[in-house]
Design a protein around this ligand. Structure first.
Ligand SMILES: O=C1O[C@H](COP(=O)(O)O)[C@@H](O)[C@H](O)[C@H]1O
Length: 252
């Protein structure tokens, strides 16, 4: 099932980040009222990390029962765990380290292991697929995510699923190893469309005029756009700023 899509345009990137950080916390609270545990998928990227910083300063964060929340990622840069490029490291610094999250609830995609050169993005993807399977309902490959957050690049990628790249349309697994990514770093691990599109809600976040063409293409359903292929089963939200919507901020 594909849910109807809603586009919410905020006047600027700051308003987008503040509101989406609050929206995320409220969404987790709402989900906790009806089920347990709650599975949240974070994204890297400019807005993806900024909204976490905003959430860390929001008093709603202390109303969430974090012991009941599992945190996953849409994709990861396949670098060492201490590399500042890691989406997970950035998310920890922006929010997660300040939360009473049990360590076992934070499911980072595996990092590169310099001591084991045979462990590459494909091996990391397979290891992470096994972790997802541990939390999946019977017969499924991944948990039913309550919400998947996705940034979008000007090149129309979401997660690490790049238009025209052979890994983009990987099927039969919730994860894929990405080699020779057009955006550095070249090695990555990503959720696949299959895993993303099993989520109850998918939220695409994007800000800035440099994203306007990509936003327009995705919303028009251009099949080249990876962002045009993602949706939630209950709701698909596009959370963008006026510039990404192709409008001047004053029109927002
Ligand atoms: O490399 C990545 O980029 C995208 C988008 O980043 P942005 O800075 O243009 O917002 C991000 O969603 C993805 O998680 C990340 O690995």
């Amino acid at each position: 099932m594909t849910a109807a899509r809603t586009v919410v345009v905020h006047p600027d990137a700051e308003g987008l980040a503040v509101t989406t950080g609050a929206r995320l916390l409220l969404h987790v609270l709402d989900a906790q009222a009806v089920r347990s545990p709650v599975h949240v998928v974070l994204t890297g990227g400019t807005v993806g990390i900024r909204l976490l910083t905003e959430a860390s300063q929001n008093p709603l964060r202390d109303l969430v029962d974090w012991s009941d929340v599992h945190v996953w990622w849409s994709d990861e840069r396949f670098v060492t765990a201490d590399d500042g490029e890691r989406n997970a490291l950035q998310a920890r610094e922006a929010l997660l380290d300040a939360l009473p999250l049990p360590p076992g609830n934070v499911h980072e995609m595996p990092a590169a292991r310099p001591e084991d050169p045979s462990f590459g993005p494909d091996e990391a993807a397979a290891e992470h697929a096994a972790e997802l399977a541990r939390y999946a309902p019977a017969g499924a490959a991944a948990p039913v995510f309550d919400v998947v957050l996705l940034g979008m690049g000007p090149d129309m990628h979401v997660a690490s699923l790049f238009p025209g790249h052979p890994a983009r349309d990987a099927a039969g697994s919730p994860t894929v190893g990405v080699h020779n990514s057009p955006k550095p770093p070249p090695s990555r691990v990503s959720l696949t469309f299959e895993a993303i599109n099993g989520a109850r809600e998918v939220w695409v976040v994007a800000a800035g005029a440099e994203k306007a063409e990509a936003v327009a293409a995705a919303l028009a359903g251009d099949p080249v756009s990876s962002a045009a292929h993602v949706h939630g089963t209950e709701r698909t939200l596009w959370l963008i700023d006026a510039a990404a919507a192709g409008r001047a901020a004053a029109d927002g």
